[in-house]
Structure formats: C-alpha cells, structure tokens
Design a protein around this ligand. Structure first.
Ligand SMILES: [Zn+2]
Length: 276
C-alpha cells in the first residue's frame, strides 16, 4: 500500500523534473540576453532613452479622387487627384523616403528600435470610400502601408463612406485602421466624462470587435485635444495619437500629440516638404 506521504513526495519529484526540463529547454539567448528596454509606459522610455526628437512627417490625406467640375473651393483645397497621389508616392520611393507604420515610430520611442532613413507615415482621415477606390491601389502599387483613421459611427452609414468589409480587405493588404472617435466631434469641448469614454474607448473596442485586430492609434477629430483627452487616449490603451498641429518633428513626450502635415494637392508643394 502506498502511503499518502509517498504520493506527495513522488508528485514533488515529478513537478521538480518538469520545471527543470522546461528550464533547460529555454533557448540560451533568452537566459543570457541583456534585458532589453521594454518600456510599458512612455515615461519609463523617457527615463531610459531621454526625450527623443526625430523628423518623421505624418502626411494626412482626406479625399483622393478625380476632380469634379461641381467641387466647391473647400473640396478642391483638400482633394488630391489619383494622378497627383501616384506622383507623390513615386516621388517618395525614388528619392529615398521610406514609408513606415506608426508602430515603427512607437518602437523607436519606447525601445530605441532604429528607423529607416527618411521615414514618412501616411494617414487617411474620415473614412471616405474614395480612399479605398483610388488611393488603395496606388498604395499597393508602391508597397506602401498607411493608417486609415475612421469615425466608427460613419462606417457603412452612407454610400460615400467605407464599409467594414472594405476595412477588412484593407487590413489584409497590410493597411492599418485607427480610431477617429465614434461621431467625429471636437473632443476638447466635451465636458461629460461618459461621452469622452464613448468616443475614445468605445470606438477602440468597436474597431477591435469588428476587425478582429488591436487598435493602437487615435487621431483627434478636427485636431481638437487637451490634457483631458490625452489622458483618456492613454487610459484607453492606445500607443500613439495624432493631432493636426503642423509639424514634422516628433518627440517622445508628444506620443499622444503627434504633429502632422496636410497632404499638398500639388506636386510642387509636395517637393518643398520632401527635398530631393
Ligand atoms: Zn476628421
């Protein structure tokens, strides 16, 4: 007959053996590698790496489609034709610029991961279906990635807006989708904390549920933000957020208030921003 104490003793030996086995199966590199800077918060990263400052223009497009004679002056000022967009993408490629995703910039700030020379981030705001029809094939042609910031309430709500099915296709082609709130209201004016949570946090959860992916980036509608909105974006778990403040230098301390450049509608203006 086996006494209970013997069972406990044998079980102890078995557990010890399994623990030992799993230890020896760890790759050596995992044991000997010096601890990488795996900052979980931007303040930790700043303490280790300092406040980094780097030239990474974030180009923001809204409407990419052929010009219509009926276009208002406002639309003409914001719309980029597919031909001009193609020329701009071609120009970046042939002049040594490298299109990077937001995650590369975040990793640069938090882990010190190097970036390619002349890095550029491409964004599309406001969920216009034209972006899928006209810009997406050109992005694919030049093997570029881009982040599409969408107000979740607008998806599929009108024929001129992107649908969830289109967003799925865009993700499959290597694009990223970020939150542009739920209803596209100026967030600095929001006084009800519940509304702020709905716009910032719920929009993230809606995107993640519908698209089955993690939403890491936020863009403030109308570029409207405050210390309160930054805190809400941080608390919701985003990794970066973009404003509409004009600028091309990005700082670690501005990870939730990144600068942006409204995409020029002509090639001449574009070449001024991106010298040869
Ligand atoms: Zn917008």
């Amino acid at each position: 007959m086996i006494r209970p104490i013997a069972i406990v003793f044998m079980a102890g030996i078995l557990v010890g053996f399994l623990v030992g086995l799993s230890f020896f199966h760890l790759p050596l590199a995992a044991i000997n590698k010096p601890k990488a800077v795996s900052a979980t918060s931007i303040s930790e990263a700043r303490a280790v790496l300092g406040d980094r400052n780097i030239d990474v223009p974030i180009l923001v497009y809204h409407i990419v489609r052929p010009a219509y004679p009926s276009d208002s002056a406002m639309v003409r000022a914001a719309a980029v034709t597919p031909e001009v967009f193609d020329t701009q993408m071609k120009y970046l490629q042939s002049n040594g610029y490298h299109v990077i995703p937001f995650s590369a910039l975040v990793n640069y700030f938090t882990n010190g991961s190097p970036l390619p020379s002349r890095p550029v981030i491409i964004n599309f705001d406001d969920a216009w279906e034209d972006q899928y029809v006209y810009a997406l094939p050109i992005l694919e042609k030049y093997h570029n990635t881009a982040t599409f910031f969408v107000p979740t309430n607008w998806i599929g709500s009108k024929s001129s807006f992107l649908t969830w099915a289109q967003l799925h296709q865009m993700l499959a082609l290597g694009m990223a989708v970020g939150s542009h709130s739920r209803s596209h209201i100026p967030l600095a004016d929001v006084t009800d904390p519940g509304v702020l949570v709905s716009e910032v946090q719920d929009s993230k959860h809606i995107l993640e549920k519908e698209l089955g992916t993690t939403t890491n980036e936020f863009a403030y509608p109308y570029g409207s933000f405050s210390s309160t909105t930054i805190a809400a974006v941080d608390a919701a778990g985003y990794k970066a957020a973009r404003t509409e403040i004009f600028g091309r230098y990005q700082l670690t301390s501005n990870i939730f208030a990144l600068r942006a450049i409204n995409a020029p509608t002509t090639t001449a203006q574009f070449e001024k921003i991106f010298p040869k």
